[in-house]
Write a protein that binds this ligand. Structure first.
Ligand SMILES: [Fe+2]
Length: 311
């Protein structure tokens, strides 16, 4: 297909390459900022770093939903620390949205701002069920938030004062999809695009939503991407033998990547901040780089309605 770099590279962002950041991301590279140009207040930073010392509190991510201005995952955080944690995550989210919009204005034009999160857990030796394991290489897909072809762009910051965050990534989606998408069930999901059941479901969805029912409208694309996440994690041959690239993100650094284009795993690290954006394929430097385009070309089927992304 000729779209993928065989190797995933870390691209240091500078004034000289600002115009090329979109294409670099879309080809499956990681944009890297050795020093994050933002600092939390020392009070906020301390509040986030102290969460690990609270029994039970460090098992969950804390999420901030910018559009609703709501925070979740604070139930174990002592009441007197919640305000500081919320303010810290909120100010990081506001800054990250502003910063990434400045770097990639074309994306910002059509993106949906998704959640921000704080990850207080040490990733090394976590005891998790296989589907939730971060140390297995996977592409991201959100069960509760279908993207209808939108891409998942994530901006991360290592808040740890002394420890690197270590990732291992595989070759980008354009390189692995031709080899694995059909085995992972692409044609079954593509067939659903034309099934009478799917059409009937689409027809009743608006009424179900307006009646207040908690329905999730997943396109065939979303169903495939959820299945592909599980397929990669469960595939021992892929996990053991796929070409791998290791990246270390030092304390204070930030990095940005399409986590559905770049299969990734987190090997170790504690205390990361992150802001997610759902980027419209129409705003990419080339729509051909989007996983949905690659899958549509392999399956010969349209896998999501364009209009659905706008919600
Ligand atoms: Fe992930």
């Amino acid at each position: 297909m000729g779209l993928a770099n065989e190797a995933v590279k870390m691209v240091q962002v500078s004034n000289a390459n600002r115009a090329d950041l979109g294409p670099a991301l879309e080809k499956g590279n990681i944009l890297f900022f050795s020093q994050t140009p933002f600092e939390l207040s020392s009070h906020g930073r301390q509040a986030l770093l102290s969460i690990a010392e609270v029994p039970g509190a460090h098992h969950k991510n804390i999420a901030f939903k910018p559009r609703a201005q709501k925070i979740t995952g604070l139930s174990h955080v002592p009441a007197n620390a919640r305000g500081a944690v919320e303010n810290a995550l909120k100010s990081y989210s506001e800054w990250a949205i502003h910063f990434v919009a400045g770097l990639l204005p074309a994306y910002a034009h059509g993106w949906q701002v998704d959640y921000a999160s704080f990850r207080p857990v040490e990733e090394e030796n976590r005891d998790l069920p296989w589907k939730k394991r971060n140390d297995l290489i996977h592409t991201d897909a959100f069960p509760s938030r279908p993207t209808h072809g939108g891409l998942i762009l994530r901006f991360f910051t290592n808040l740890n004062p002394s420890q690197d965050r270590v990732w291992v990534v595989g070759r980008p989606f354009a390189a692995i999809a031709p080899e694995h998408a059909v085995t992972a069930g692409l044609l079954k999901f593509a067939a659903q695009a034309h099934s009478p059941l799917r059409r009937a479901w689409s027809a009743v969805l608006p009424a179900a939503r307006s009646a207040g029912l908690p329905v999730t409208d997943r396109s065939p694309y979303d169903r495939f991407m959820l299945a592909f996440h599980d397929y990669l994690k469960a595939n021992a041959e892929f996990q053991n033998n796929c070409p791998k690239y290791q990246f270390r993100f030092p304390p204070g650094s930030s990095w940005m990547v399409f986590t559905d284009i770049v299969p990734h795993s987190v090997i170790s690290g504690q205390y990361a901040l992150e802001q997610t954006f759902i980027v419209s394929p129409e705003t990419l430097s080339s729509r051909a780089h989007a996983p949905i385009s690659i899958l549509e070309s392999i399956s010969g089927t349209s896998l999501a309605q364009k209009a659905a992304f706008a919600r």
